[in-house]
Design a binder for this molecule. Sequence first.
Ligand code: ZN
Length: 655
Amino acid sequence: MNSLWSDSHVGKIADNPLQLRVYSSRLLGQDPDLVLHGGGNTSVKITEKDLFGQDEEILYVKGSGWDLGDIEAEGFAPVKLKILQHMAGLESLTDSDMVSMQRAAMTNPYAPNPSVEAVLHAIIPFKFVDHTHADAVVTITNTPNGEDKIKQIYGERVLIVPYVMPGFVLAKKIYEMTRDIEWTQYDGMVLLNHGVFSFDDDAKASYEKMIEIVSRAEDYIAANTTSIVNADNNAMPDLQALAVIRQQVSTLRGSAVYALMDNGAEACSYASLDNVDAISSRGPLTPDHIIRTKQLPLMIDQGDTEVNDYADAYQAYFDKNASQQQVCLDRAPRWAVWKHQGLISFGTSLKEANIISDISGHTIQAIQMAEQLGGWQALPENDLFDMEYWELEQAKLNKSKTSPEFQGKIALVTGAGSGIGKACVEALLEKGAAVAALDIDPAIRGTFNRQEVLEIVCDVTDDAVLKNAVEETVRHFGGLDILVTNAGIFTANENIEDMNDDTWQLAMDVNLTSHQRLMKYGIPYLRHGIEPAIIIIASKNVPAPGPGASAYSAAKAGLTQLARVAAFELGKDNIRVNTIHPNAVFDTAVWSEEMLEGRAKNYGISVEEYKANNVLHTEVTSKNVAEMACAMAGRAFAKTTGSQVPVDGGNDRVI
Ligand SMILES: [Zn+2]
């Protein structure tokens, strides 16, 4: 591991300790081998003038909720150093009280809550204190005789601290261990099964001590292990099985989840190890991961009872370790080892699932290294339980959380590049869903540009491409819950006797057959979806056709009939099928200003009057149709299938 410190970068901020603190915290936070997602913390001690002009020592310590990788100055909470130091001398203190006292000792009431390791930072008598959960160091301590190995690597230059819970107990322990020591003899501290501290009065020196300590651990591992050989894997996972696993985990969690499948070489090789069951059943890399990953992953081999077995085992673990007032968390796994296939990470948001994916990726590397160093050995179950059921974590459970209606849900929308389809994607996103957005126009790529949207160029009339798009969606997010089958083409101004065969065929292919095929490919996954729904975008032309549009109207009428039959066929699977008949939606790619002006002129009215030429005298927009699609996908239509609902401002021929 190399130092990333740049003197030239630091030039401008060399005299500003808080800015230096921000700079080197980011250097630490940007290396996932040092800290992952909110792990680790840093601080700087600064003497400032208080309101009355008196000098006061302030500890600026990382605020909770901030990530070292992108922390700003306002991410550090300023706390009166003296008060924190006095707290370390208290006989006992609950962590909840510690958090309250830390907050009360802040000089800026608007700053974030100080880190739970603030008291520990306060008693280390150096200006800069850096703390990480470096993989290499923790891996070595998670082996038999880990402590001896640490002594062998560092000699007397680091203080070794046995594992205790983070928070007040840890601060107190170190306070007592260090009362009579000369701190300058140490470059840092290794906290067994937890992480590393380095410290110095100089920001660069403290940072580089951290890099040096971690590098020595990395060198030790390199010298005592052989690198892992991972076989390339290009196989497509069993998508049907993936959707079933996701459904079972969602049910157990009480909320739809994404199931991100990693079957890359590293994940697949790990999942193919002969002893994968044994080495996966020992616990996490560091105890702070348990809050995100739970103690153990789900092991999937064959059979459908594994998710329920996991839930039973989790309940037994809770019953064995819990005290009376503790509340059992949901019993759903956060990640899975799917034998010979790879890893799956679950999350009610993509953010959560991605964090878990990062952590599990680091965990499987650490496990395999530790196996070569004598055997992977995580903390005992009761220590892990204490961390998972920490009072500070349990307190968060009581805060009511409102989540968006489609959180964790997966939708697929065709014709998503413009008009109604695009509005549907936006409305679904707003309600928390992840969406596969299909469009024939390659400009779909980059239209939404966010991780919740999978943008796929797809000609819905190309059978193989359409099938692939559905599979890609399941592969990417783990399943399928909502299908908005919208892609369409308007063909008109050809009477039946003059109908061009190509026009007729195109209208049928796009407006009817492609919808049937999309349903055909989607249904096997929707069957294992969460409250699954199909929304068909048909047309006002079905109940109220006009001359010159026979191909369009006949295809849309066929589509409506298809939806009615689908409602019958899919009722047994709880898949709801409902149809929208939009009319006069002018903010779509179909309608140009020129066309609108022409139509309005034809009727001798203004464009505005033409647009609102309906019973309600209102303009109908794509967004109005998208809101109806969301209603049909959600709770409002939970008990409705086979319906046809107009979104047209009221049409006198339909009413
Ligand atoms: Zn820590």
